[in-house]
Design a protein around this ligand. Sequence first.
Ligand code: PMP
Length: 458
Amino acid sequence: MMRGAVPTILQAIGNTPLVKLNRLAADVAADVYVKCEFLNPSGSTKDRMAPYLIDEAEARGELRPGGTIVEATSGNTGAGLAMVAAVRGYKCVFVMPDKMSSEKIATLRAFGAKVVVCPTAVEHDDPRSYLEVAKRLAAETPNAYYANQAHNPDNPGGHHQSTGPELWEQTGGEIDVLVAGLGTGGTLGGTGRYLRERKPGVQLVGVDPIGSLYYDFVKSGRVTSPFTYKVEGIGADFFPTTLDLRLLDEVVRVDDKECFLMARDLVRLEGLCVGGSSGAAVAGALKYARQTQKKENIVVLLPDGASHYLSKIFNDDWMRDNGFLEEHPGLGMVSDVLKGKTSDVIFARSIDRVRDVIGRMKAHGISQLPVLEGDKLLGAVAEVDMLRYLVSGEHSLDSPVGMLAESDYATVTANTKLELVQSLLSGARMAIVLGDDGRIVGVITKIDLIDYLARRAT
Ligand code: PMP
């Protein structure tokens, strides 16, 4: 073989550049570096785990010659697996939610894979969901291997073996903080676990889109109501077992608009040709850096490239139609509704007695309110919870209300668009508005939204 050549494309995975962020990080004390995982051969960081996953499956005898790899994917894991399959002679079937870009679907078909597209807006355990369809197809296809990235330890294992050591070497051990978006959590979990083994003080910061479950679960232990968002590849409406959330030091939240505008800025101001989840990771890292104001080395992982999203994030018509460019404000934002509300946020403390909370609800004419422990959100109580509690007859009016707190709310920020709030209120009882520091800044119920829209229409 010629000197300088590699035997297959699989040996060209990794060794991605670590680049200093310049213009976009000018206002933070930390030095922010980005790792260009989008430069991997099939176009994403998933190339780190795909060959490892297949090696392990072959070694265990779960994937046999001529077999079919089946996977539920937002596109990138599929591309990584399809690349390995091409080299090793496997067939592929991929199942994707319909919110994913047409570029990613077309890429998988270009690799020769069969692609099945399923509805996004169904529960994760609905038989029509991409996860359930993938599971079923894997069971029905002879000689199939279900890669199951959300529950397969080889997913974080691949990053532990590849991304972690490379980053440790590249930073000379001077990394203080690792920031990555959370999808299956394989990237942050696997890479982070390796870095911690070398340097226990490394901080691991996850970035989560609004609508996903991770942020609220880490902050309050609650499984709140998930809702759909546009950024691809990150966030979850169920808990993958690939991520041990206890590993995380912090979770930062971002909304679609921040992700997409940051992705566009990364291309235009830094020459980094990246997609929406990279925008999310950098937006999250900069929020974190502004909060900590520490002189330290932050490394952000950039999972995939702009070419996957030319018809969306980099298409002004799509951005405008979806309200992500300023010229099209749509119905407005959560902050607009809050401006029109006259009273302060009415809440209960977890130690308040049930009797007093009922009194407060009556006095203010409200039927539900958030419950705080210290200044942290613990949950929410509604009339129906009180009713159930009192009817059961087992409890006293003098019990602390904290034990009644429930999870059927969603959390949003002041910048969340009202179109999203409207759709999430069809499932959740209320939207609790949190500031960047996690404190409650407001509550929006259906009647608040109706009131705002009615006033706006007159
Ligand atoms: N960004 C993109 C574009 C992705 O496809 C994924 C994987 N779903 C991620 C980020 C998150 O990676 P992980 O699943 O390892 O958390």
